[in-house]
Design a protein. Structure first.
Length: 412
């Protein structure tokens, strides 16, 4: 039981330190080391490790990387970002658009998708305005995480809770979580504005338009984006209408990606330029977390402490804390059957949604979308957010977020 927990601690240390001697350790390398340790020491059989890798998640990310790469390589992403962000007359306005734009996008596109699409956009904005990309990357990460709280398809753990745990999902999520989420987005704005006074202020941002670099690929990538949004709309309509079939998220992502690969003559260039290291990170994370899960350590802690999960404050606190160690999706998979067994109410499930999601603001490892943002920024332009830089703002923001959701859930 000890080795997987030691491996998990090692991963956290390597991500915090990021350097051993003269060797720089990247996030995906740290996670791969942890996974290699548990496999090499026999803590999880190779066959079980392979089964632990969630292929749906890998396919979804791979597909979205293809769509995102086509949008960027054609110049379409820069053109669309100019059209959206040119509405900002000041750097303050730009911060608000990043926060609320990424939050709105994560409601329908899922948090990981917004992280894939949004990272190159904020890096471009940072270059144009000659500012550090770190505050913009933080705004993107916080906006995506907070915004995804309000949607049953905003992130994987919400989808897991919505299936069989909540009725009238879109209406229920909005009724219970929309108002505190809006408040928390303004809290994120205030924290970022105060922490980066030299970046965000009345200064007018640079909104110079960008030219489409590859018109043919631009047409294909635009059509793929329309297909993606159309399929998402179809999924929402299916859910709302209560039809007896579903449109899998993997299919929603894979169809526009295949569309690009079939029609584009630059398919192999697009594939080569995909951020493969992020996919390695996720595969390794699934293996390590499955090994940690098999120890039963965290399950035993919940039982030993006799935690009353029917109290919103307790449930939010447990969700935020344990999500840092076993990830939010395994955490929800653990707690959902417990809540169903004790006859949990809608309020209880909404507390689980809020806690397991805003846990992503605490540390880089709190949400997969954070990792995607940091990995993309590192691989594209060499920019990064360290563990401590993220936590410096993430810890107080998470405390504020958790407090707001707790107060709202006990009052409403």
């Amino acid at each position: 039981m000890i080795i997987p927990l030691v491996a998990l601690a090692l991963v956290f240390i390597l991500i915090c330190v990021r350097q051993v001697g003269r060797i720089n350790i990247r996030i995906w390398q740290a996670m791969l080391i942890g996974a290699a340790v548990v496999v090499a020491t026999g803590q999880i059989p190779v066959t079980a490790a392979l089964r632990a890798i969630n292929l749906d998640v890998i396919v979804l990310l791979l597909s979205m990387f293809i769509v995102g790469r086509a949008l960027e390589d054609s110049g379409t992403l820069e053109d669309l970002s100019f059209r959206f962000f040119s509405r900002a007359g000041t750097m303050d306005g730009l911060l608000i658009l990043i926060l609320f734009g990424s939050a709105a996008g994560s409601i329908f596109l899922m948090n990981d998708t917004m992280a894939i699409i949004g990272t190159p956009v904020v890096l471009l904005l940072a270059r144009k305005n000659n500012v550090s990309p770190k505050p913009l990357l933080l705004a993107l990460a916080f906006g995506i995480t907070i915004g995804s709280v309000t949607s049953p398809i905003g992130n994987p753990q919400n989808l897991l809770i919505a299936m069989g745990g909540v009725k009238n999902t879109f209406v229920t999520f909005s009724r219970w979580l929309m108002l505190p989420t809006i408040f928390n987005l303004f809290a994120a704005y205030a924290l970022l504005r105060f922490s980066f006074k030299s970046v965000f202020g009345p200064t007018a941002p640079n909104h110079s338009p960008m030219e489409i670099t590859d018109p043919k690929l631009a047409r294909i990538s635009r059509l793929s984006l329309i297909i993606l949004l159309g399929l998402i709309g179809a999924k929402v309509a299916i859910v709302l209408s209560g039809l007896p079939f579903d449109l899998p998220l993997t299919a929603i992502a894979a169809v526009p990606a295949v569309f690009i690969l079939v029609l584009s003559g630059r398919r192999w260039t697009i594939v080569r330029r995909i951020d493969w290291t992020t996919l390695v990170f996720f595969a390794a994370m699934f293996v390590l977390m499955e090994s940690v899960w098999r120890t039963g350590f965290f399950q035993a802690l919940i039982a030993r402490w006799h935690l009353d999960l029917r109290k919103p404050g307790v449930l939010i606190g447990v969700s935020v804390g344990l999500s840092q160690f076993i990830s939010n999706v395994p955490l929800v998979a653990l707690l959902k059957p417990v809540l169903l067994h004790v006859g949990a109410t809608t309020r209880d499930f909404m507390a689980l949604v809020a806690g397991s999601t805003v846990a992503g603001n605490l540390t880089i490892l709190g949400a997969a979308s954070n990792v995607i943002i940091v990995q993309n920024a590192e691989s594209r332009e060499g920019h990064t957010l360290t563990f401590l830089e993220f936590a410096r703002l993430g810890v107080p923001l998470t405390l504020i977020n958790a407090l707001v959701y707790w107060l709202y859930l006990i009052i409403i």
